[in-house]
Write a protein that binds this ligand. Structure first.
Ligand code: SAH
Ligand code: SF4
Ligand code: F3S
Length: 499
């Protein structure tokens, strides 16, 4: 009988990628995935610490498994990722039935930790060093970039993949836990990234999304002093045979250099889409956040992006209710959102994170109801902007990489793509500018690039009809069958962040 593995993932794309790689590694050891935690021999939670809510969810899920674990002491329960690195052995105090606590920089050790629990029945901890605990080089070494060989069958979608190009973060925005839980910023060697992209493309992957917390700060330094930046890396991987699209997330406003924008403009496979979080439109707040730029700088940067990359779509993140955010500061953020023309924005209520500078230095002085109200207000403004942006696209024909069944269709089919050819379905995909498009077509279009004429729009979605595929010159519906697309039966395309 094969051993069964259950894994639940919260957090950002880094975590989605880590989970994919963990599943790949354990499959090679004979594990099979199950969708029921209580069916599994090994139950894993890949966790996030960016806001309190993300942690609470995991602690409640662990609590729900307490009785199950008491009845089945041989089952292995593991907590992986950011919360593991942050809470360390404290997790074993709060949830004594947990067997494994494994940080983001130690995932390669997971198979060995599982075996150790099975043999010794004692809890196993694998954690990286705290950033203040040792020299930079020692801390760096303790955070290992987890990039084992990819297992194509483990990718939620065979034609899309995340590729890590760097780990960690050195920006230390005062509200953010990521630099402590993901460690120092370290760029992966360009040759390794290029080889991974080649492997993925050879296996049928059409779109790669390069991942880094501040992806545009990527810089690899060779022993002889030569440096390679993100623009060089894009050029290096651009001509990979089979590859059609390249994206990269997330950008730090101060590092949005002209050479990068020129690469986006001139390299046809690079999507004209930039996620560049502003966080706030008020200079006082930005200063307390230690974002290292002013709103004037940010606005100039937006203009530079639009001038250098005509038609570029830009999205952002905002935190509302940060320490000391007055109504006037919030209004400045609203002004920025009204004027900046973001394709979309992710808006979060400030959540104090123990261990961060903001938590140490400033009072969390904006009441919850005001945070909630500001969140709703800002979202309403962004929705109006998104709707206007979407409406302008009505009548245009856009190129869409078909990603899977639409949410409505997935719900109707109980979360799984249907077997057999059962007529047209509602499909979803994205344009080169990352706009979501929903349209009707055969499931066999999944994984193909099709032309869609946009006919309707809401703030979140464009709706259209497939037109003759001009690039291939045949009716899009008669394109050859593609391989089955979904491992988990879910549509993997998720926006940052997932929680
Ligand atoms: N590295 C990325 C994003 C990291 S976390 C970047 O620098 O843009 C994703 C988003 O979560 C952030 O952009 C921020 O908007 C939000 N976030 C981070 N810490 C937070 C906190 N303590 N409370 C609320 N939102 C937070
Ligand atoms: Fe966090 Fe700032 Fe680093 Fe982004 S850039 S991960 S917000 S510290
Ligand atoms: Fe970690 Fe990503 Fe959350 S880096 S803290 S999983 S947003």
């Amino acid at each position: 009988m094969s051993k069964k593995l259950y894994i639940e993932t919260v957090g950002c794309q880094m975590n989605v990628l880590d989970s994919e790689l963990v599943v790949g590694a354990l499959r090679r050891q004979g594990y099979e995935l199950t969708h029921e935690a209580t069916d599994a021999d090994v139950i894993l939670f890949n966790t996030c610490s960016v806001r309190q809510h993300a942690e609470d969810k995991i602690y409640s899920a662990l609590g729900r498994l307490r009785a199950h674990k008491r009845r089945h002491p041989d089952k292995v329960l593991g907590v992986l990722g950011c919360m593991a690195q942050k809470d360390k052995e404290w997790i074993l105090h709060r949830a004594p039935h947990v067997d494994i606590v494994c940080g983001t920089g130690q995932l390669a050790r997971l198979p060995e930790l599982i075996a150790a629990v099975q043999q010794t029945h004692t809890p196993q901890l694998a954690l990286s060093l705290d950033r203040k605990e040792a020299s930079r080089i020692e801390v760096e070494r303790s955070f290992e970039s987890y990039d084992p060989l990819r297992d194509p069958s483990m990718r939620p979608s065979p034609f899309q993949a995340y590729v890590r190009i760097m780990i960690g973060c050195d920006k230390f925005c005062t509200y953010c836990i990521v630099p402590s839980v993901r460690g120092p910023e370290q760029s992966r060697p360009p040759e390794h990234i290029a080889a991974e992209v080649r492997q993925l493309a050879a296996e049928g992957c059409k779109e790669v999304t390069l991942l880094g917390q501040t992806v545009n700060s990527y810089e690899y330094q060779y022993a002889d002093g030569r440096r390679e930046r993100l623009s060089d890396l894009l050029l290096r991987i651009h001509d990979t045979p089979g590859l059609e699209r390249i994206k990269f997330i997330t950008n730090f406003p101060r590092d949005m250099s002209d050479d990068l924008l020129d690469a986006v403009r001139h390299l046809p496979k690079v999507c004209e889409y930039l996620h560049v979080p502003a966080q706030s439109g008020c200079n006082d707040v930005l200063k307390r956040m230690k974002r290292l730029y002013t709103v004037e700088f940010y606005r100039d940067m937006l203009q530079r992006c639009r001038e250098r990359v005509p038609g570029v779509a830009i999205s952002s993140d905002f935190i509302v209710g940060f320490c000391g955010e007055t109504e006037a500061s919030f209004q400045r953020t609203c002004d920025l959102v009204r004027e900046a023309g973001f394709k979309n924005s992710f808006i979060f209520k400030y959540s104090p994170r123990p261990g961060t500078k903001a938590d140490e230095l400033f009072a969390d002085d904006v009441p919850e109801e005001i945070k909630k109200r500001r969140n709703n207000d800002l979202l309403a403004i962004q929705n109006r902007v998104s709707l206007a942006d979407h409406r302008r696209r009505i009548g245009q024909t856009v190129e869409v990489l078909v990603e899977g069944l639409s949410k409505t269709e997935l719900k109707a089919s109980g979360g799984r793509p249907s077997s057999g050819d059962s007529g047209p379905k509602q499909l979803t995909g994205r344009t080169m500018t990352d706009h979501i498009v929903v349209f009707e077509g055969h499931e066999r279009l999944i994984g193909q690039t099709v032309q869609v004429r946009i006919e309707e729009a809401t703030a979140l979605t464009l709706f259209g009809t497939v037109v003759t595929n001009e690039r291939i010159g045949v009716e899009a519906d008669r394109l050859p069958q593609v391989s089955s697309f979904s491992l988990h039966g879910t549509n993997r395309r998720v926006n940052l962040p997932l929680i």
